[in-house]
Structure formats: C-alpha cells, structure tokens
Design a binder for this molecule. Structure first.
Ligand code: ASP
Length: 468
C-alpha cells in the first residue's frame, strides 16, 4: 500500500505531554497545555484560509498542501492531565490505546505526542496492545520545546503528521529526526542531541530527506479486515534484568521466571512479557507452560555461565529443578563446552555424571575436548578422554600445522595437551615437516626431548581413552 490518495486525510493527534509543549514555570519546565492554539499560530501547521473555507471546527487544524490535491486535516486531543513521560506507566499507555480505539472509525491515522524519556516503552507497549491495526499510528516528541527558537519539535511533529497523513503504514511507529522507526525496535540513546533514538536491529521503515524513502519490504502488511482489538489486561508485575559479564548465576535463577530477550530492545522485551503474561486467553495451565518455556529459554545460558565459572551449587540447583543440562545456548555451546573452556574439572565431572553427551559440537563444529586442548586444561582433557571423547578425523588431520606452531614456540604444555587428547604428534604440518623437525630446527631442546621420548617409548600417538 503506497501513498494514500484521498483528497482529505483526517488524523487524530493525541497530545499526552512531554517536552514538545513544555513551558518554564518558576524556572522549571512543566508540560504546557494549549498545544493546538500554538500550532494554529504557526503557518507550517495550519492553513487558516483553507480551514475557514471548509468551515473546520475550532479544535481542527489543516496543514498547508504538501502534495497537490491532498490535505491533511488533524484534530488535537489534549490529555488531562498532561504528563512528563517519566511519570507514565502501562496504565496510561493502555488509556492511549483505548483513546485510539474510541476514535478509530473517524480518523485515517493517529499521531501520539509523547515525552521522549519513555517513548520507546510507550511505542513497544502500544505495538502489543493494538492488534489488527489497519491504520498508521506514529509517536513523536522532541528534545527542545516548540516555543524555543532553535528546536526539533516543529520538524518532528510536522514529519509525523505528514507520514501518518500521506501513507498507510499499519503499525505502531516512532518518528524522530527524519526517520520513521518500527515502534518496538527503538531505544532512546541520547538526551541532548536531536537524534535521540536508534533502532539497533532493524533499519528505519522510512527516511525523510529531499524525498521520502519508504522501505516497503519492511513495512507490516495489514491482513484481512479484522477489527481492531485493544489488549488492556497487561501484566504490571514484570521486571527487567540486564545480563552483564560476571553476573552471579544465582541472581538470575531460572525459577524466578526470567525469559531471554534475544535481539529485542529492553523496552520491547518488557512490553512483550507484560502482554504475554496478561493475556486473558491464557488458562492457568497455559501460564504454567509459559513459565516452563521461560525457564527452558534461560537455562542454557545460566548453566553455561555456572559451568564456566565452576559454580557447582548453581549447576546442581538447575539440575534439581529438572532442567536439561545438555541444552545448547545461543552459539550452540552446551554447559560441557563451557566447563571445558573454563578448565573446570568439578563441573565436567558433575555434568558427565548427569549423563550429558560427551562429544557435542557447537555452531563452529568445536567439541569440549578441543576447547580443553586449546586452553591446555589437562585435568579436563583427562576426564573427557576417560568418558570416551575423541578428536574428530578432521581435527586430527588439522592438528599437524598447530603442533608445528607449538613446537616452534617451545610450547610444551600445548603439545602435551594435544598428545593427551589423542593427537598423533608425528602428523606433518602444511609444509610436510613434523613437530620434531621444527623443534630441532628452532633448537627447542625440551620439546625435542619430549617428542623423542614419545617416539622411542610410549609412541607419538597418545594412549586411547581406556588406558587413561
Ligand atoms: N522529561 C520529558 C518527558 O519525557 C523529556 C522529553 O519529553 O523529552 O516527558
């Protein structure tokens, strides 16, 4: 669906507050009422002559023509009270959705004027609350009030009105600094620059420059003619936990009901959780399933973190909760990979006792045994070999070059790790030379002695798992 071609397009602009209309009261900026009157006085926002000729009512404004034969007519609905958006919650955002629902039939599109501090939350919540949208809903606001000489209010509001007035983009969007973003993909990244928002994982739906470029392939397609549904029963009792390096796994215990947000913004993750848990269609059994799914989604990351840190208590607790400790995390690594990488024999033993697969492969084909070899974790290598882990044929074939590199650097521990893992230390490198030849040429006597002893005694081939 491209440009809407009707001669008049009617919008509802819901003014909730925010910096855009703020005025200074005793030196403090507070949300200011009477935005419609301010807009009426600005020719870029109102064509008085056209309005008079059409007999438009007092609260209704009309933009000057942007394209021939089409006018964008809009009514400003000012909320009581007006909000600084940092005081807004899901309750107010649901009320905005209900306002849109009440006026849905009368208008072709909606602009929500909102403070920037929580606009990304508002856009995310609205995107879940408003189901079956067939019309454009755009949130916008500003960093500097419209009364200031140098401000971003005029550009942002005019852009939002033009986008909603001229195009049918049936989803909840956010317009800021010439860009139209998907509402549940944005996050506020700056409180001083005019480019306050970004959409880290999705390009803008549209960009306004000398021309308007719309990425129609990204724009949601409105399906059928289903009626707008407003989901007002959002669960308020949800929270956000940001994972950070070194987070104690116990802090994020799966039993507490945490779900991984993947590439979602935190705003969207919170809104989605609130929507899912508040959904009236969920029976108690569904909710339990949801909670189980949430736990299952988080267990792999938690178990990997605990295994890597050797946190046996947490691993034990996860296992006792009935969690599957062989599940892969986002990169295909299992807790056994993590324990091997971290050189944690205790965690490896516990996982093996719980019967996890000893030779799983991650997304890059790496096994716990290879990770232990790379980390020179000899205790872990021993445990894995005893449990039957083997290097793959490919890994054994590729080992030659790595062995020569270790021999050249006199890395005895590295060579011993490979030997312990079952590699043939006489395998040639890429140039056909063996590790022994390389060590002799480099004069690395300790390595030469080690390799010669293997050759003369136990053999360059390490003993098999059964002998360890
Ligand atoms: N504190 C204001 C608000 O979010 C900031 C803004 O609008 O930019 O309402």
């Amino acid at each position: 669906m491209a440009r809407a071609l009707e001669p008049q397009r009617r919008l509802l602009a819901v003014y909730t507050g925010g910096t855009i209309g703020m005025r200074s009261e005793q030196g403090v900026l507070v949300p200011g009422s009477g935005l419609a009157a301010v807009l009426r006085s600005l020719p870029m926002f109102h064509d008085e002559e056209y309005a008079r000729a059409c007999g438009l009512p007092e609260d209704t404004l009309v933009l000057p023509p942007a394209i021939p034969d089409q006018r964008v007519i809009y009514t400003v609905l000012e909320c009581q009270p007006l909000f600084d958006s940092s005081d807004m919650t899901i309750t107010e955002w649901v009320q905005i959705a209900q306002t849109i629902e009440r006026h849905y039939g009368q208008y072709d599109g909606f602009v929500v004027i909102h403070g920037t501090d929580t606009m990304a939350f508002a856009a995310s919540v609205l995107s879940f609350v408003l189901e079956n949208l067939q019309k454009t809903v755009i949130l916008t606001g500003a960093q500097v009030p419209i009364h200031a000489l140098w401000n971003d209010s005029r550009e942002n509001l005019l852009g939002a009105l033009l986008m909603a007035g001229q195009y049918v983009i049936p989803e909840v969007c956010l317009f800021f600094q010439n860009q139209l973003f998907r509402g549940n993909r944005v996050t506020k990244v700056d409180s001083r620059r005019f480019a306050a928002f970004c959409s880290p994982h999705l390009p803008p739906l549209a960009v306004m420059g000398t021309d308007v470029t719309i990425n129609w392939e990204l724009v949601r397609k409105a399906r059928g003619k289903a009626q707008l549904v407003v989901h007002s029963s959002m669960e308020r009792d949800v929270g956000l936990l940001r994972l950070y390096p070194g987070i104690p796994a116990a802090l994020a215990m799966a039993g507490a009901g945490i779900v991984s947000g993947f590439d979602m913004t935190s705003e969207a993750a919170l809104a989605k959780l609130s929507y899912v848990l508040g959904h009236p269609g969920l029976t108690p059994d569904d909710r339990k399933e949801e909670a189980d799914a949430i736990r299952e989604a988080l267990v792999p990351s938690l178990a990997c973190a605990a295994a890597h840190a050797g946190d046996l208590e947490v691993l034990q607790a996860l296992g006792d909760l009935g969690s599957d400790l062989s599940l892969e995390s986002f990169n295909g690594q299992t807790p056994l990979h993590a324990a091997a990488r971290g050189g944690q024999p205790g965690a490896v033993t516990m996982l093996l006792r719980r019967g996890v697969d000893v030779d799983p492969r991650d997304e890059d084909g790496l096994s716990p045994l290879l990770l232990a070899v790379k980390g020179r974790h000899r205790g872990v290598i021993e445990l894995l070999r005893a449990a039957g882990a083997c290097l793959s044929l490919q890994e054994l074939e590729d080992a030659g070059t790595e062995l020569c590199r270790l021999a050249a650097r006199a890395d005895l521990e590295g060579l011993q790790s490979w030997w312990q893992a079952g590699a043939d230390l006489s395998s040639p490198g890429y140039d056909g030379r063996s590790a022994l030849l390389v060590a002799e040429a480099a004069g690395n006597l300790e390595v030469v002695t080690f390799l010669q002893n293997l050759k003369g005694g136990a053999g360059v081939q390490a003993p098999g798992p059964a002998t360890l």
